[in-house]
Design a protein around this ligand. Structure first.
Ligand SMILES: Cc1ncc(COP(=O)(O)O)c(C=O)c1O
Length: 389
């Protein structure tokens, strides 16, 4: 099928919640191909999902082998792959216990339920979220997301969520009270425009939570799984949460999400308090186990750090030449280029020139290249950006 035929079929049968213009049919490493055979350098990684590049052979092999062995059993039965994956995530983060889901929003829903359940015998139920946050599109995660546009037409909204400005500890202190159960934040705001937390702010938030007996919840769905050059973004800041959510790159494209709870709170969700039919199937967990295998064996975190420095240097040079660029925000391979106006035309022109990039809000270009990216690929992306900007 060519792009036009795919588009006709899409428009006839799919709800128009998305409006894509390019039809992609194949991916390999940092590249994807459209239905006309055009090749694109993918600096979106499917929105921070295919962190190891498209169709990484180790992940593909794990999926193929597990698909021929056991796909799904339900959580009424044990399977060794789920606890082995939990061991990997816990071992590379803060040693907590895990619950598996299928997406980021579902992982966040579970984490929010955990916080409410924890607070239920303490008279605490309110969750403080951040301005410009993004936590998903289900009703609870939408209530936690500070984007009124996304909530329009979906009232009544879930109660018990309030907002505070990100990176402002004084305002946060004013918002918390006796009924605050948790503070939920992204250590690096992704959809909001690539805004990293200030180190001092995160330290203060952790102290505030400890002082006032409030849970600290980190949403690491976009910034976790190696994106910052560490397994998880909180390790970059050396601040541990009481719970965190992960999804996106956990399965390198195979749908899987999870939340991890610190060991001391792990008993809050007792038998029957939460469930998910597809959560943590052997197939999904095999894909995610293979992801950890590749991160270790191919030294992905090191490549991320090295390529981050290289890309940052190249962008800094570009910014000096280009008055359109107002600010660069780089943390690992999570990059925000703040421009002096709307960036949608830039993104369209980049794709016409064979480079896929994203926006984050109106005026920010967001780059999320695969963590396996090379200098040559970065040079090629910079060449396109330089031409357009
Ligand atoms: C920080 C963050 N949290 C949650 C989500 C929601 O994840 P999903 O789309 O898998 O439900 C996203 C998706 O972009 C995200 O970036």
């Amino acid at each position: 099928m060519n792009t036009e035929e795919i588009s006709t079929l899409q428009n006839k049968y799919l709800i128009a919640a998305y409006a894509p213009e390019i039809a992609l049919i194949k991916g390999q490493g940092c590249y994807v191909w459209d239905a006309c055979g055009k090749k694109y350098l993918d600096f979106t990684s499917g929105i921070s999902v295919c962190n190891l590049g498209h169709c990484h052979p180790v992940v593909t092999d794990a999926i193929q082998r597990q698909a021929a062995t056991l796909v799904h059993v339900s959580n009424l039965y044990m399977n060794e792959i789920q606890p082995r994956l939990a061991e990997k995530i816990a071992g590379n983060s803060f040693g907590g216990k895990l619950f598996f889901a299928n997406s980021g929003a579902e992982a966040n829903e579970g984490m929010i339920k955990f916080a409410r359940r924890w607070g239920s015998d303490k008279g605490k139920s309110e969750i403080v979220c951040m301005n410009q946050s993004f936590h998903g599109r289900t009703l609870a995660t939408l209530a936690a997301t500070d984007k009124p546009k996304f909530r329009e037409g979906f009232s009544p909204h879930l109660d018990g969520f309030v907002y505070a400005p990100f990176n402002d500890i004084e305002r946060l202190e004013q918002v918390v009270h006796d009924k605050t159960a948790a503070i939920l934040l992204e250590p690096i705001q992704g959809e909001g425009g690539i805004y990293p937390a200030d180190q001092g702010y995160l330290n203060d938030v952790r102290n505030l939570c400890d002082e006032k007996n409030i849970l600290l919840l980190f949403d690491e769905i976009q910034c976790g799984m190696g994106r910052t050059g560490h397994y998880f973004a909180h390790q970059h800041f050396n601040v541990e949460p009481d719970a965190m959510s992960v999804a996106k790159a956990l399965g390198n494209g195979f749908p899987i999400g999870a939340f991890e709870i610190r060991e001391k709170w792990a008993d809050v969700l007792t038998k029957g308090t939460h469930a998910s039919t597809f959560g943590g199937t052997p197939l999904a967990c095999s894909a995610a186990l293979a992801v950890f295998d590749v991160i270790e064996k191919e030294d992905i975190l090191f490549n991320c750090q090295k390529m981050s420095r290289y890309l940052e240097g190249k962008l800094a040079t570009l910014a000096k030449k280009c008055s359109k660029i107002k600010e660069l925000r780089t943390i690992g391979l999570m990059i925000g280029i703040e421009c002096d106006g709307a960036v949608d035309t830039i993104i369209k022109e980049a794709s016409q020139s064979g480079l896929l990039i994203l926006s984050a809000g109106e005026s920010v270009i967001r780059l999320l290249p695969p963590l396996v990216v090379t200098q040559t690929e970065i040079d090629a992306a910079i060449e396109v950006l330089e031409k357009i900007l």
